[in-house]
Design a protein around this ligand. Structure first.
Ligand code: WTA
Length: 650
């Protein structure tokens, strides 16, 4: 019989140990406050000084900050290159033979790539792209497994000014197609496949499917990872290694404007169409690099591992760009944490002596369930700092992470940020800011956050409200690709003059922020953002479905799970078969990670008199199994009664 879970009692305040503070990049509250105050008083001078000293420029910038709300530009007039800053500059220092990337594939293959070697590989691939006619301003799609070539592809694009968009390898051909089309990409960079749980994820097959509908794509480059057979379209498809045979190594880094588009990353919004979040060059890189030093307290000797996939923003800023700009050693692992067994991550920590370990609460919860004996088999004493991202960290996960993984000696930096923010915005500087488990603590220098009510008025400390940001920051999104109106409407119209995060939060008397979760139709499943509308649109494309409404349902491991209410077309009644089929359908239309946990069939959906589906009520049904909120606008009370009753029968 399983034991009932013990209630977890956590300390309310965890100050940095004297030992940690003594070696920290930012030590003591006064040092944090001094940074914060100087940035808030004169953001141009603060960030301008850092940009001059921390980044290498081909041409100095004229102006640090140009803020024409809601559009921001940082370091205008300056010219630089992200790949130069992340790789080439380190080859001119003692770091040239330092490991830039430590890679382990799921089957156990290992590569350690120094900065010098990474530079060579990036230049060679940049040369291959040039051979295909790619130039600054063109767009590429990167659809790769978690192997060094994913980072090399990103950096090679950055080196010649090609704007990339990485699409997570778990997305389906359909989702890939929509992103290629929106970006009007000229090239797709992919692999035959990658390894996940011992099986091959066949990426090239999905690319072939998508490319039937993507006339802008002239070329597709395929890296041989698994060695399995794949179709190669003559004239369009090229093997990476064949292009490499004639590649050059003397490809100069393009001298790009500070505002040159570095990448577009698609993320779920509140409609069915994903938003292409645009990040540019100088400001993005500076904040990614500075947060490595401030929040991860990065030292020359660290071995740093962020477990995110490069398909998500965390993989961009904290696997590739941030760590490499800061000259760190970054670990990349291709596969699943449970392959071949549940100690794979701990085995890697022990083997490579990882000192900074950054992951998500979902992963922590999944690993807790497997038992302490997995981590206990390994020596984790190399770890000195832990990090968490993606959702609020619950007490049980915090306690386990702290005690079992961190041996009660490592600070946990709970980092709040978003695809849109580009880099960490609220998180502790671990040698300065006392932790409060569950809180992201305090904002980075210069960031002014506020908690407001529906009317946009600040609420008193301790009260819940919407989290808004009142000052621009260097890694801020610049716009939504091709849709500046949606950018204005989505982020800047709810509270005039402020950025609307879409998160509810509260601030306590010490000024600490506590994030409570999304207030819009975005779900957070295993730390992945999913839009309810995107899944609804996928469902209604199925011939049997008349209508659907999707909500997030609390889930012990993944935080939220996808729950779909579906009404079928008249005469269709085969619920058991369709339940399975629709879950499969969504996985096919969007990607396996979006597969619904539950499909509930219903005769009708609760709607307002104007015909809007009342998702709030559905959320209440799946969350509390009762409906407490205002139902005065509900069209048909019978619908509600039957939906609630359905649960009682479960
Ligand atoms: C949530 C991931 C609480 C939040 C970097 C945000 C968090 C959304 C935290 C962005 C955290 C992220 N504590 N909630 N430390 N970090 N979130 O775009 O709801 O995939 O708005 O970026 O994740 O998700 P995204």
């Amino acid at each position: 019989m399983t034991q009932p879970a013990k209630p977890v009692s956590l300390p309310t305040l965890v100050p940095p140990s004297a030992e940690f503070a003594a070696q920290a990049n930012v030590s003591g509250m006064d040092a944090y406050k001094a940074l914060y105050d100087s940035a808030v008083t004169d953001p141009s001078a603060f960030w301008g000084n850092l940009a001059e000293t921390e980044l290498d420029w081909f041409k100095p910038f004229d102006k640090a900050l140009d803020w024409q709300p809601p559009f921001v530009q940082w370091f205008t007039g300056g010219k630089l290159n992200v790949a130069y800053n992340c790789v080439e500059r380190h080859t001119k220092t003692a770091r040239k033979n330092k490991a830039a990337i430590i890679f382990e594939g799921e089957p156990g293959d290992q590569r350690i790539i120094t900065y010098q070697e990474l530079h060579r590989l990036v230049c060679r691939f940049a040369s291959s792209l040039q051979q295909l006619g790619l130039k600054a301003g063109d767009r590429s799609i990167i659809y790769m497994p978690m192997i060094p070539e994913a980072a090399i592809a990103m950096l090679a694009c950055a080196r010649i000014g090609v704007t990339h968009s990485v699409v997570f390898g778990g997305f389906s051909a359909e989702a890939l197609k929509a992103r290629i089309q929106d970006l009007e990409a000229k090239v797709v960079l992919t692999a035959d496949g990658g390894w996940r749980r011992g099986k091959e994820v066949r990426l090239k097959d999905a690319v072939d499917e998508a490319l039937k509908f993507c006339p802008t794509v002239e070329h597709c480059v395929v890296y041989k990872r698994t060695g399995s057979d794949c179709h190669m379209e003559a004239g369009r498809d090229h093997w990476w290694n064949v292009l490499d045979e004639t590649a050059r190594e003397d490809v100069p880094a393009a001298e790009l404007d500070s505002e040159h588009p570095l990448y577009v990353l698609y993320t779920s919004g509140t409609t069915g169409k994903p938003k292409g979040i645009l990040h540019t060059t100088g400001g993005y890189l500076l904040q990614a690099q500075m947060t490595m030093k401030w929040i991860f307290d990065l030292k020359e000797s660290d071995t740093y591992w962020c477990t995110a996939d490069v398909g998500w923003v965390t993989g961009h800023s904290y696997v590739v760009y941030g760590p490499l700009a800061a000259g760190a050693t970054t670990v990349i692992y291709e596969g699943a944490p449970d392959t071949p067994a549940f100690d794979r991550w701990w085995r890697l920590v022990d083997k490579y002596k990882v000192s900074i370990f950054y992951t998500s609460p979902t992963a922590i919860r999944a690993l807790i369930r497997q038992g302490d004996h997995w981590p206990e088999r390994h020596n984790l004493s190399s770890i000195r700092l832990l990090g968490s991202v993606g959702e609020p960290i619950n007490p049980a996960a915090w306690e386990w992470f702290h005690r079992i993984i961190g041996n009660e000696k490592c600070p946990i930096v709970d980092t709040w940020w978003q695809t849109e923010t580009g880099a960490i915005l609220i998180a502790p500087m671990p040698g300065a800011v006392p932790l409060k488990p569950g809180s992201g603590t305090l904002p980075i220098p210069g960031l002014v956050a506020e908690i407001v009510d529906h009317a946009g008025n600040p609420v008193p400390d301790g009260h819940e409200g919407f989290l808004i940001l009142k000052t621009p920051w260097p890694a801020m999104l610049r716009t939504i690709w091709g849709d500046p109106e949606r950018y204005k409407e989505q982020y800047w119209s709810k509270v005039p003059g402020a950025y609307f995060t879409g998160d509810a939060a509260r601030r306590d008397k010490d000024g600490y922020y506590w994030i409570l979760g999304r207030v819009d139709d975005v779900m957070n499943v295993s730390g992945h953002r999913l839009s309810t509308m995107e899944i609804e649109s996928a469902l209604v494309r199925h011939p049997a479905v008349a209508e659907s409404a999707v909500v997030g349902k609390p889930h012990e491991i993944t935080g939220q799970a996808v729950c779909c209410f579906v009404t079928l077309k008249k005469g269709i009644t085969d619920h058991d078969k369709l339940g399975l089929e629709l879950r499969q359908w969504v996985a096919h239309e969007i990607g396996p990670f979006a597969r619904p946990e539950e499909i509930r069939f219903t005769e009708a959906l609760p709607k307002t008199r104007s015909g809007k589906i009342m998702r709030r009520l559905l959320r209440e049904i799946v969350t509390s199994h009762t409906v407490a909120g205002d139902v005065t606008t509900l069209e048909d009370m019978n619908v509600l009664t039957s939906l609630s009753a359905q649960h009682d029968e479960d």
